[in-house]
Design a binder for this molecule. Structure first.
Ligand code: DAH
Length: 356
């Protein structure tokens, strides 16, 4: 009997110590399997005297039943624990925000260019393009820019390689998008209504100037187009672009060789605590140059100035982007710093549209 008690203690300890199904099964086989310790003892009952058997039989049966129960309880506890562990491991917290896949962003210049195109296309302007490496004639002469104009110096303009044997003036990296006016009128004549967005180049570098930047040129030619049409167009544009109902523009007399009269256009704004607000306040900020296309420019492009007239304007796209989205340093636009791009970039699905 002492043997049985010791056996019981030993197997109960082993059952308790089994930490998984396989270990528990090994304990069961060792005790109750066909050749298990308890089974072998039960088989020995046959060789006992009836008196001995009467004592040992119930005791062995009780041991077998007790161990069987203990194993069943332990098995179920292990199964519960395994399930708990699995549930914990596979838990999905549906209240957590999804982790966004890291994607590229749309550069603010691209976004603003698309916005400008969308708004002006709505006003009836088509999109035209011209080359970035331009001839001296398209970039300067045809636009009535005199040979001695300061903007032609190498201080301002990037010239392509000069071939000493070639008498023609060297090509330039276009300094503005205005040459597209000439190219378009040459090819399509009047009337026309186009915008020309694109890269332009000037030898300049500080917080608000980079050697490459972006402009959008506007040109509307017909028989009776006036400054009033220009003013309305620019007001509509600014209202839509800055998303402010109360826009106020100020036309300041200016001079551009390619327009007569010429006006620089300022927009009413306020600066408080470094925060720019468009459409209110007592400050004015220059946003573009414009005017009525000079008769000499029309003639240079093959359009008869006695029959046709119209307006033109040139806007800095980078400057518009800085104003609308509060980006203080233009140089950062072209640094390709991923942190800047993630912060100021737009999601690819944010397509600009002009309707609410
Ligand atoms: N081309 C000028 C510049 O780069 C901008 C400009 C001014 C364009 C007046 C125009 C205009 O079409 O009429 O500064």
């Amino acid at each position: 009997m002492d043997d049985l008690a010791a056996l019981k203690t030993k197997y109960e300890a082993e059952i308790a110590a089994a930490t998984d199904e396989a270990a528990l099964e090994a304990v069961r086989v060792a005790a109750l399997g066909k050749k298990g310790e308890v089974s072998l003892m039960m088989r020995g009952l046959g060789a006992m005297s009836p008196e001995e058997r009467q004592l040992a039989g119930p005791a062995l049966n009780a041991l077998k039943a007790s161990l069987s129960d203990a194993i069943a309880v332990r098995r179920s506890a292990l199964a519960d624990a395994a399930l708990e562990a699995r549930l914990a491991e596979e838990t999905v917290d549906v209240t957590l925000p999804p982790r966004p896949a890291r994607t590229g962003t749309i550069h603010p210049i691209t976004q603003v260019t698309e916005e400008v195109i969308a708004i002006l296309a709505d006003l009836g302007f088509g999109v035209a393009e011209g080359p970035q490496v331009e001839t001296d004639w398209y970039n300067f002469d045809a636009l009535n820019i005199p040979a001695d104009h300061p903007s032609r110096t190498e201080m301002d303009t990037f010239y392509m390689h000069r071939d000493p044997a070639d008498p023609r003036p060297p090509h330039v990296l276009r300094t503005h998008t205005s040459p597209v006016q000439i190219r378009y009128m040459e090819a399509h004549g009047a009337p026309c209504r186009i915008i020309a967005p694109g890269r332009v180049y000037r030898a300049d570098y500080d917080q608000t100037h980079t050697p490459m930047f972006h402009q959008v040129e506007g040109l509307a030619i017909d028989r009776d187009i006036s400054m009033a049409n220009l003013k309305w167009t620019l007001e509509e544009f600014c209202r839509a672009f800055f998303e402010v109902e109360t826009i106020e523009l100020r036309f300041r007399a200016s001079h551009f060789p390619f327009t007569e009269p010429s006006a620089e256009v300022d927009i009413r704004c306020s600066w408080t605590d470094g925060q720019l607000r468009i459409g209110e306040g007592d400050d004015w900020m220059e946003i573009l140059g414009s005017g009525m296309v000079h008769p000499k420019v029309l003639r240079a492009a093959g359009v008869d100035p006695d029959e046709w007239q119209g307006f033109a304007f040139g806007i800095g796209i980078d400057r518009l982007a800085m104003l609308k989205y509060g980006m203080p340093d233009l140089r950062a636009f072209f640094d390709s710093d991923l942190r800047w791009l993630q912060h100021y970039g737009f999601r690819p699905g944010d397509v600009p549209r002009t309707f609410a």
